[in-house]
Design a protein around this ligand. Structure first.
Ligand SMILES: C[S@@+](CC[C@H](N)C(=O)[O-])C[C@H]1O[C@@H](n2cnc3c(N)ncnc32)[C@H](O)[C@@H]1O
Length: 386
């Protein structure tokens, strides 16, 4: 799966355990699905998963990993991926924008991305099959990029992996879940919450002002294939400035989260937030305590994680000079469970034991962390604004 800021890769065992211990769960909605890895893990457990994210590439990841079922798409996907892996490069928008105007990919790989993306567009595939091959292309491109895992900037000197040849692999699409077919939506979380209903709602909203569209603009352009105007050194899509999320706004976050929580139609709500988010633990617990006219129960599970030191990208100036230092290397992830019914004793035990999910809270490469620590590398593009 792609490198993604705030991805819950290492928190998945805890999330899975929380949902098991809630008991009697058949369906889960994931309103901020990102890489879809949480939805994928829950689908593998047999739950019916309803995923949503407001970005097109993220909804495409969910259409592949949550909505598409292996028995429907994998035979065709394998053939298409073998065909695309044989395609020769042909320079186009992608090469010009992300290999020549900026240096996110080596031109040899950009040319192949152009050729494969045009071939996908020409085939007019059914949406689930198209999502699977787009994800194969996105993940292949992610393996040969020259970034720290964020697309707000590229490395001044090529990352060693950028020299590798682009190669598509078949994504790990799962068979239909025991509890029914999943669904992927591409809506604002509030709109999705008005449309969906499930036994559990899982919420993993953004936790700071950095827009996911700005951080992953290349995936949005690759998936939409709308060849937009770009700006700045990092060649961000022009609409990065327009499509902001209220969940990235410090002054608005608390109110919009509260509105979302009160809109959700699920008897149990699980929220992931770190101690670096906009709301403190006590503020979050107080907000959740207002649900169901104050008659619900709220439990907080706390886990300690290695911090993504690369998040300190802001302390490098646009010339790549280090202008600050990292303050701390560990953070806490909180998993809040709010329920309209009394929670199972087994959940309280999980909160007390501290078992499961220790590790690194993000899915960005460890070498990024080391390089940031050593202050040895520089980047281009971090001064482009949103
Ligand atoms: C912390 S990430 C989720 C990570 C995900 N749980 C994972 O493991 O990959 C937050 C996600 O919220 C999405 N998002 C931001 N604002 C949103 C909104 N208003 N409605 C829906 N999704 C939104 C972002 O695109 C991003 O993918």
């Amino acid at each position: 799966m792609i490198k993604y800021l705030g991805s819950k890769r290492t928190l998945i065992p805890v999330i899975r355990e929380v949902i098991r211990r809630i008991g009697g769960v058949r369906s889960v909605m994931d309103l901020f699905s990102g890489t879809a890895r949480v939805g994928h893990a829950l689908k593998a457990e047999g739950y019916r998963v309803l995923s949503n994210d407001y970005l097109t590439f993220a909804a495409t990841l969910a259409r592949c990993y949550v909505q598409a079922d292996a028995e429907d798409v994998l035979d065709d996907a394998r053939k298409l991926i073998a065909e695309f892996n044989r395609l020769k490069g042909a320079p186009g928008y992608f090469t010009e924008t992300f290999c020549i105007k900026s240096h996110f990919f080596q031109p040899k790989n950009g040319e192949r991305i152009d050729a494969i993306r045009e071939a996908i567009a020409k085939k007019g595939l059914p949406p689930e099959l198209e999502a699977v091959v787009l994800v194969a292309l996105m993940e292949a491109a992610d393996r040969v990029d020259s970034t720290t895992g964020l697309q707000m900037a590229y490395l001044k000197n090529w990352a060693p992996r950028a020299y590798n040849d682009l190669e598509l692999r078949v994504p790990a699409v799962l068979p239909r879940a025991r509890e029914g077919k999943g669904r992927a939506m591409c809506l604002d979380a509030l709109t999705a919450a008005r449309q969906l209903e499930a036994d559990v709602a899982y919420l993993d909203p953004p936790y700071n002002q950095h827009s996911y569209l700005g951080n992953y603009h290349i995936w949005e352009s690759l998936v939409r294939w709308d060849k937009p105007e770009v700006y700045g050194v990092a060649c961000k899509r022009a609409d990065v400035r327009l499509r902001s999320s209220v969940f990235n706004s410090r002054p608005r976050f608390a109110a919009v989260l509260r509105e979302l929580l009160h809109t959700i139609r699920a008897p149990v709500i699980v929220v992931s937030l770190s101690n670096e988010g906009y709301l403190s633990r006590s503020e979050m617990e107080a907000t959740l305590a207002t649900l169901w006219d104050g008659a619900g129960e709220v439990l907080t599970i706390e886990r300690d994680f290695k911090r993504y030191v690369g998040a300190q990208i802001g302390i490098y100036n646009p010339q790549g000079k280090r202008v600050g230092h990292v303050s701390h290397v560990r953070n806490k992830e909180f998993i809040y469970v709010a329920s309209c019914r009394p929670l199972a004793e087994a959940l309280y035990e999980l909160a007390q034991t501290g078992r499961g999910g220790h590790g690194q809270a993000t899915c960005l490469p460890e070498e990024t962390v080391l390089r940031f620590r050593a202050g040895r590398f520089s980047i281009h593009g971090a001064g482009d604004g949103p």
